[in-house]
Design a binder for this molecule. Structure first.
Ligand SMILES: [Zn+2]
Length: 194
């Protein structure tokens, strides 16, 4: 098939009622409040959830008091060529593993970790998901990447506090995206539209 005509693949996590969410965040709730089956003229649903649910983008304001909101995200940050890097470390993403991938300034990087194989099938929150280590956050910001994505609910650790990673990335006006469902192979180039 012509490369340019390959269909788009949805790598986002479907939002569903009672889906897994960050433990201290509000739950995800989807309720139908108008229903044709019940005599209403239209179907209408109400969604209630934290904005840090499912596949989402972290805005700088998430961890930086005077940071900008997601409405300020430059569109070319989230649309364009991206590289999927497969991470073998089952604990965290570390600079030692990143060095060999020769990350260049301006790249959009999506990490495929062990998370992808199991975390989204569960309703319970997975505490020991693979996260970006503090040193890797520094490494990535120093590399000048444009966007970093990971395949669970946070770029930072649950058990060891993810504050440093969030602040490092958010302060540098880098944009982080969390919660991708799947990615194809080890090292793939793709076009991304968030
Ligand atoms: Zn976050």
């Amino acid at each position: 098939m012509d490369k340019a005509k390959k269909p788009w693949i949805d790598i986002s996590v479907p939002i569903r009622d009672a889906m897994v969410h960050w433990p201290s965040d509000p739950p995800v709730s989807i309720r139908r409040v108008k229903d044709i089956e019940k005599g209403d003229t239209a179907n209408l649903s109400v969604i209630s959830m934290g904005v840090h649910s499912g596949t989402h983008v972290d805005a700088p304001i998430h961890f930086v008091k005077e940071g900008k909101g997601v409405e300020n995200i430059p569109l070319d940050t989230v649309v364009g060529r991206a590289r999927v890097i497969e991470i073998r470390d089952p604990e965290s993403i570390k600079p030692e593993e990143l060095v060999g991938h020769h990350i260049r300034g301006g790249e959009r990087i999506l990490f495929k970790t062990e998370n992808s194989s199991h975390v989204w099938q569960k309703y319970e929150f997975v505490e020991d998901f693979v996260f970006i280590s503090d040193a890797a956050a520094d490494f990535l910001v120093d590399s000048g990447v444009r966007l970093i994505g990971i395949d669970y609910l946070s770029v930072g650790s649950f058990k060891h506090s993810g504050s440093y990673v969030h602040k490092t990335v958010n302060r540098q006006r880098k944009w982080a995206t969390s919660g991708r469902r799947r990615s194809t192979s080890n090292e793939t180039a793709l076009r991304l539209a968030l």
